[in-house]
Design a protein around this ligand. Structure first.
Ligand SMILES: C[S@@+](CC[C@H](N)C(=O)[O-])C[C@H]1O[C@@H](n2cnc3c(N)ncnc32)[C@H](O)[C@@H]1O
Length: 290
């Protein structure tokens, strides 16, 4: 399989516009391309929403953005995290928002080289890059070399700190076997620091069963961005076993609805179609460190 997956990158513009439209981002990250994609997809979103209990791409994105932010604030607030790595960060505002809110936190964003350069340029030009915040080129498909996940520990990640890693909006583009390999690299990287947490969004086949339109959309999106067919995990149980096999000590696949009393998550009139992954690597000696 090719490790050049830059055809996925334009999707980051769509999500960037959703972050911005919902008051969670800076207008510098809301590109004209993102705005154009968003409006082009609106008729499709309205049609799907009508026949599927209020499901839209925007509501799904807000569910994952807000639940992941919430879990991250909780982990940082309870002193369990000393550094944050957002992989495949695209044009997400999370890096600059967390670096501003927690000056003691080391924040690193990683994406493919072109997207990482674009992000760095936009943040710098708008005064959004703080001393505790860095952007680096990284490719989750590489096992070794200067752009691999493994190369980050000891260069931009402190081996002595506990690490939170996010891959929001990435696993959905890859076949479940490739996702399992990415998880193996991430678990090894977190273990090379002082342990920590991993957060991501995920959809599984069993929870899309009644939604032929969502499945058809995913297939079309995968064909445009990957040029190949990809299969998600069949069930949430299969995905949590894969996380444990990849080296995580504990894995939970949250349903966004479960957070509705604590977080402003859109609640659908049907079962949720995404899960939010929260997985943990305990510190090497079994004692949590911060
Ligand atoms: C849907 S966007 C998600 C952006 C952001 N996380 C968000 O939720 O707003 C997917 C991102 O994955 C990045 N990406 C694609 N292939 C990658 C790879 N092999 N390694 C690292 N990042 C990758 C793309 O450049 C893009 O920024």
């Amino acid at each position: 399989m090719s490790t050049n997956t830059s055809r996925i990158s334009p999707t980051a513009h769509y999500t960037a516009y959703v972050w911005f439209r919902n008051g969670m981002s800076h207008d510098a990250l809301a590109t004209p391309l993102g705005r154009a994609f968003f409006h082009a997809f609106e008729p499709f979103n309205l049609a799907v929403s009508h026949i599927s209990g209020g499901l839209t791409l925007e509501r799904m994105l807000l569910q994952r953005h807000r639940v992941i932010d919430h879990l991250l604030h909780e982990a940082i607030g309870s002193g369990q995290i000393g550094q944050l790595l957002e992989v495949a960060s695209g044009l997400s505002p999370r890096g600059y928002r967390f670096a501003e809110r927690y000056p003691e936190l080391q924040v690193v964003e990683g994406d493919l080289p072109e997207m990482a350069a674009t992000k760095e340029r936009l943040l710098k030009a708008n005064g959004l890059l703080r001393p505790n915040h860095r952007i680096v080129p990284v490719n989750v498909l590489l096992d070794e070399g200067p752009r691999s996940l493994a190369s980050l520990v000891g260069t931009v990640l402190d081996p002595e700190r506990r690490t939170a890693v996010i891959t929001e909006g990435l696993p959905g583009y890859f076949d479940y076997r490739v996702v399992a390999e990415i998880w193996r690299r991430l678990a090894a990287m977190i273990r090379d620091t002082a342990g920590g947490r991993y957060y991501a969004d995920l959809h599984v086949n069993a929870e899309l069963e009644d939604l032929w339109i969502a499945r058809a959309f995913m297939r079309a999106l995968h064909f445009v961005t990957r040029g190949e067919r990809t299969e998600p995990f069949s069930t949430a149980i299969e995905a949590s076993r894969a996380l444990e096999n990849a080296g995580f000590d504990r894995a939970t696949l949250h349903r966004p609805k479960a957070f509705h009393t604590r977080v402003e998550v859109p609640v659908l009139q049907r079962p949720d179609v995404i899960r939010v992954v929260e997985a943990e690597i305990r510190a090497g000696d079994g004692t949590p460190r911060s």
